[in-house]
Design a binder for this molecule. Structure first.
Ligand code: 48N
Length: 306
């Protein structure tokens, strides 16, 4: 039996106000005394929020693609996928309240963002201005890049961002004939709950089924490199290579080239790869994140084109 359709209240159309009640420059003397918002009741706000959120949870419980981590790699992946395949349902699960990961600031919290060429072609695509240098470009504030990319991604009708929500496990299937493990979705919970399983038991999770999961969980923070660490703990891969010391040139090329499907159904991109492959870290340069995201998106597009 299909779940009851969630009926949203009919969209509220404020009655047209007569010109005299709309503050104009003519009555500046008392315009703030007469200013008033339309009436609302608290329960209306609560219902407007919760109906939509739970309608989205219902809609994305079965997704085509789940992207774990809304950092620069995950958001770049989402942008390319959502633009190329508007028919695909794409759920982004981000543990932080604020999406963006390490791309809100540059290195050591300095705000300028450096990207080595040819990453600027992606900046041109999404309309982020930059200062051109010989072999690299500079975006004046990393948050300018991240907020622009984020706004473009959130405008796609086939994308839903579930932030403040952690992927705390993977849904897996084992092929009965080959014994091959395949990832078939993610297990989620509010991030604050996921961080307290050690001191509160039996806080059961939620799930999202999807034939393809892209993990871009980075290397930093409480959940860094989550999916590849989980694959090791379930013995789906033998061990992690462990991120190596910083080598900007070596790191960025490797990360882009090794973006790949680690186990069937799970593609890994961005800095999470440095953990699985023992690649060098790259420090405060972000071009490889965008290009790895583009590479991850192309791998998924090929899967859905098969
Ligand atoms: O920005 P990150 O950490 O990861 P990437 O790969 O998108 O970009 C990496 C980049 O910011 C760097 O680390 C730079 C280049 N510095 C390198 C260096 O040498 O230090 O974004 C990952 C996102 C974060 O927002 C996390 O909150 C989120 O993924 N996340 C998760 N979200 C949901 N469930 C999880 N289990 C989870 N784990 C991480």
């Amino acid at each position: 039996m299909s779940p009851p359709a969630v009926t949203l209240e009919k969209p509220y159309v404020p009655e047209l106000r007569s010109a005299k009640t709309v503050p104009t420059s003519l009555d500046t003397a008392n315009k703030w005394e007469t200013f008033a918002f339309d009436h609302i009741r608290e329960s209306t706000v609560s219902r407007a929020m919760t109906k939509r959120y739970f309608a989205d949870l219902d809609k994305y419980a079965e997704s085509d693609v789940v992207i774990v981590g809304a950092g620069s790699c995950g958001l770049s992946t989402a942008y390319v996928l959502a633009k190329s395949r508007p028919d695909l349902k794409i759920a982004i699960v981000e543990a932080g309240v604020a999406p963006g990961g390490g791309a809100w600031l540059g290195g050591q919290l300095f705000s300028a963002m450096i990207m080595r060429k040819p990453a600027q072609t992606f900046l041109d695509e999404i309309g982020v201005p930059y200062e051109e240098q010989d072999t690299y470009v500079v975006v004046k504030h990393a948050a300018l890049f991240t907020s622009t990319l984020l706004s473009k991604v959130l405008l796609f009708p086939n994308v839903k961002l579930f932030n403040a929500t952690a992927v705390e496990d993977l849904i897996t299937r084992v092929d009965p004939t080959t014994g091959e493990l395949r990832v078939g979705g993610v297990v989620t919970n509010w991030t604050l709950v996921s961080m307290h399983h050690d001191d509160q038991s039996c806080m059961d999770p939620n799930t999202i089924n999807a034939p393809v999961v892209i993990s871009t969980t980075g290397h930093d923070g409480p959940f860094g490199a989550f999916s590849v660490k989980r694959l090791v703990s379930m013995a789906a891969i033998e061990k992690l290579g462990g991120m190596r010391g910083l080598d900007m040139k070596a790191a960025e090329d490797v990360i882009v080239k090794r973006t790949r499907e680690i186990v069937p159904g799970l593609i890994v991109g961005g800095m999470e790869l440095s953990e699985v492959d023992g690649a060098n870290r790259m420090g405060p340069t972000f071009g490889a994140m965008l290009v790895s995201g583009q590479h991850a998106a192309e791998i998924v597009l090929n899967i859905f084109d098969e």
